[in-house]
Design a protein around this ligand. Structure first.
Ligand code: DC
Length: 226
């Protein structure tokens, strides 16, 4: 069976990671969560006091980049050096700073080099914002995921309230809208749909329907039924 590169890009809170992980499992492919990589660099910046008084010391971060080792364990854990940071990368503080960190050209260059190395043998599902446009412009299958902003906000709201967090729906919706704007309007590798991407609007799809849709796209590209 032909092994391919699958790039999954799209808006935040569309469930890209969950769908990419499931697809990789079904195909026996590697899964790479590139957002987790930018989050791990953010953990490094916070731990090394490069963020203080609401300011990020960009020059020092760039100077320290060669020391920052980002990786994954075979079971999908996220590593900073030899330490697992799976929980820490999801903290509110990291979420607040990761957009800024991921907009730095030098940080992106380092992450893109690592991502290309991880996908060099194909058989990879990689999700992010610039995978089909910058990291693997020759990927055999590119999926651009979108969903109605209100539906995405409702999913986040439900997830957080189930965990017992006190959140206000309008604030969650505003956060989704702001993140879309930031992702699409930054100077470095803004989020945009690759011209040869297939669009998946999963506003009203179940996870199973989505998986069936994705496998159909894979079969179209690979020609061989999986
Ligand atoms: O997918 P996520 O929410 O974990 O991504 C975290 C941040 O990293 C988000 O601000 C977008 C950014 N990102 C990026 O710039 N490029 C990628 N390939 C993946 C994520």
């Amino acid at each position: 069976m032909k092994r391919i590169t699958i790039a999954i890009d799209g808006f935040s809170s569309c469930g890209k990671s969950t769908m990419a992980k499931r697809l990789a499992k079904e195909l026996g492919y590697i899964y790479v969560d590139t957002g987790a990589m930018y989050r791990t660099v953010t953990v490094f910046a916070l731990r090394n006091q490069l963020i203080a008084d609401n300011q990020l010391d960009i020059n020092t971060l760039i100077a320290l980049l060669p020391q920052i080792e980002v990786g994954f364990t075979p079971d999908g854990g996220v590593l900073l050096g030899s330490e697992r940071v799976d929980e820490e990368i999801r903290s509110v503080e990291v979420s607040n700073w990761v957009s800024k960190i991921s907009s730095i050209k030098e940080v992106r260059q380092k992450m893109v080099d690592l991502q290309r190395a991880m996908g060099k043998d194909k058989g990879v599902v990689m999700d992010g914002r610039d995978i089909g446009t910058v990291v693997f412009p020759d990927a055999e299958l590119k999926v651009f995921v979108t969903a109605d902003a209100k539906v995405r906000a409702q999913r986040r709201y439900d997830e957080w309230t189930t965990k017992g967090m006190q959140v206000n729906f309008d604030e969650v919706l505003q956060n989704v809208i702001d993140r879309d704007y930031q992702d699409q309007n930054r100077t470095e590798s803004p989020l945009r749909q690759a011209t040869d991407a297939v669009v998946l609007d999963n506003s009203y799809m179940t996870r199973d329907e989505q998986q069936v849709w994705l496998m159909k796209q894979v079969e179209k590209v690979c020609c061989t039924p999986i």
